[in-house]
Write a protein of this length. Structure first.
Length: 278
């Protein structure tokens, strides 16, 4: 049995951890019981996982034509997110995302950028800024970046070309450091694409919190589809889908193999189940 201590999120063949996850649609964070079972945007979906075969996952869809409805003109996102008070300061932890990219991401065109995963700062001061960590599909490349006070528009730490139905498996081991809760020199991170270590660093790795009021907790996990503009030329008439098998944060510096084994254990135990059995 997996020995991982899961702080938030889970494997989406299991009954949903409703106490730790919200669904975000139309800039509204809403408890998911109603949206999840009825929504055309976030649904259970079977898909082929490259390691585990035919499994159940979470499908998140965003379509430009849906924004033509007057009440949905601020519909920039279809995302799920963990509660923001689950990852404590001063302890290493591991963020894990596993999913499959929809084919339509290959044809979004010049200037396109769609964020599909994030570790997002709490930001109780509601300052307009980039998320602390994000993974985006930009003109048919997967790009991972950190943003913080010294690099407010983001520092790319890894990128690779996108291919049809490309599996996504990103593991980030990290000790968050904001120079208030944790001294900057104690911060570090390691990022894996599959089992390959593709980026690592040390020092400050999130936005500064001078008096501890804005960031009482470490960044929370998000996954789904987010694009920031209604009128972008590349976005007209387009739609996007992401399917995730798992997204969770575990306590400690956990290896990709351990995260994968935990996912396999849950998928094996619940292979025939529906997500979100209520």
């Amino acid at each position: 049995m997996s020995a991982l201590q899961i702080l938030s999120g889970g494997v989406f063949c299991d009954p949903w951890p409703f106490d730790t996850i919200y669904l975000e649609q139309w800039y509204a964070a809403t408890k998911p019981e109603v949206f999840y079972l009825a929504s055309q945007y976030i649904q259970p979906a079977r898909h082929t996982d490259p390691d585990f075969g035919d499994v159940m996952g979470m499908r998140l869809r965003l379509a430009r034509n849906d924004q033509a409805v007057a009440t949905l003109t601020d519909f920039y996102r279809t995302e799920a997110r963990a509660n923001n008070d689950l990852v404590p300061w001063g302890e290493p932890c591991t963020y894990y995302w596993r999913g499959v990219v929809g084919d339509e991401f290959l044809d979004l065109g010049a200037g396109s950028k769609v964020i599909i995963l994030q570790a997002h700062d709490t930001n109780l001061d509601f300052v307009a800024r980039f998320p602390t960590f994000d993974g985006a599909i930009e003109e048919s490349e997967l790009v991972l970046r950190f943003s913080r006070d010294s690099v407010p528009t983001g520092e790319v730490v890894y990128s690779k070309p996108l291919t049809p139905r490309m599996p996504i498996e990103i593991t980030m081991q990290i000790m968050w450091a904001d120079d208030y809760h944790v001294a900057g020199e104690l911060g570090w991170y390691r990022i894996y694409d599959g089992d390959a270590l593709v980026a690592e660093g040390s020092g400050l790795n999130t936005w500064l919190d001078p008096d501890g009021s804005s960031e009482p907790w470490c960044p929370f996990q998000k996954w789904g589809v987010y694009q920031a503009g209604y009128d972008y030329a590349w976005w007209q008439g387009k739609a996007m889908n992401m399917i995730y098998s798992a997204a969770f944060v575990a306590s400690g510096a956990v290896s990709p193999a351990q995260c994968r084994a935990h996912t396999a254990e849950r998928l094996t135990a619940n292979r025939a189940s529906r997500i979100g059995v209520l």
